[in-house]
Design a protein around this ligand. Structure first.
Ligand code: 2AM
Ligand code: CA
Length: 286
């Protein structure tokens, strides 16, 4: 077999070190800047409702990350929260357009904007890189705790250089489970309340911290047993999904379908309690 044939069989050779280095640099720089601006927000704007906030810091951080990425990889596409109109339709369209390129960076400059605005120290910068629709790199940085989570496809996931591993709970009754309350309250709130009501008596306790990305990172690191939320976008979850997969956990749609970048309703667990969680969610939707 010739070397050329071998090469043809290998669709790409990821120089992942440089992708990872750029992602870490972007997340760290943007995170430091965001933190330095906390408490100084001048322009508090709403998107679709009084709960859907955006600040000049979200926009500035996204601009900073976009510039850095494009300096290194001018041919790559970027899907960022602040570059897309609110709502599921605009989000789906933007994802489709971005995926016309092989390499797509998926960024959420401030995940947990409401927390950020209120000074509740649970927000993050989330950056993922997808190749032909598959997530190959994920970085989540929490500036409040100076914690950086990173995963590379097939190479594991780490926080502070230490490998992350999902928790060992085998049943829901031993589990600490997180969720979030979708901002699209009009259509999603009843579904969310039913699920919450069904879950609460079955688990050790429930948390709702307000950053999808950080909740996913915490599942990866074994600090939470599971997390589910409906009505999310690719930029909220892409990096966290890879972190969990590389930490031995499982991520699907809340119906149990495999995760793809299009999934908006997410169930992420340590693996062991996945089916039990999905069953409670399914039963609650009656
Ligand atoms: P954000 O802070 O980047 O907007 C909290 O439940 C989670 O939902 C956060 O990750 C938050 O991300 C996300 N979120 C907030 N508003 C949203 C909206 N309009 N649509 C989808 N997700 C949203
Ligand atoms: Ca977000």
């Amino acid at each position: 077999m010739s070397a050329l044939n071998d090469k043809e069989k290998t669709p790409y050779v990821v120089s992942s070190k440089s992708y990872a280095a750029v992602a870490i640099n972007c997340a760290a720089k943007a995170g430091e800047w965001i933190k330095s601006k906390q408490g100084t927000v001048q322009q508090l704007n709403t998107k679709t409702s009084a709960q859907d906030l955006v600040t000049e810091v979200d926009k500035g951080a996204e601009q900073m990350i976009r510039r850095l990425i494009l300096t290194h990889f001018p041919d790559h596409a970027i899907l960022g929260e602040e570059g897309v109109e609110p709502g599921p339709e605009a989000s789906a369209k933007a994802l489709e357009t971005a995926l016309e390129e092989d390499y797509v960076w998926i960024i959420d400059p401030v995940d947990g904007t409401t927390n950020y605005v209120h000074g509740f120290p649970f927000y993050s910068v989330s950056i993922a890189l997808a190749y032909q629709g598959e997530i190959i790199l994920g970085v989540i940085y929490d500036p409040s705790r100076d914690e950086l989570f990173i995963a590379e496809k097939g190479k594991g996931a780490y926080v502070h250089g230490n490998p992350t591993r999902v928790s060992g709970e085998a049943v829901l009754s031993d589990s600490l489970v997180a969720t979030g309350f979708p901002i699209d309250a009009a259509s999603n709130l009843p579904q969310n309340m039913e699920a919450l009501q069904a879950i609460v008596p079955k688990v050790r306790n429930v948390r709702a911290g307000g950053s999808a990305a950080l909740h996913l990172a915490y599942v990866a690191a074994g600090r939470l047993s599971a997390y589910w939320e409906i009505g999310l976008n690719a930029w909220d979850v892409a990096a966290g999904v890879l972190l969990i997969e590389e930490s031995g956990g499982r991520v699907t749609d809340t119906n149990g379908s495999p995760y793809s970048l299009k999934v908006r309703n997410i169930a992420a667990t340590n693996g062991a309690i996945h089916e039990e969680l999905l069953q409670v969610l399914a039963d609650s939707a009656g």
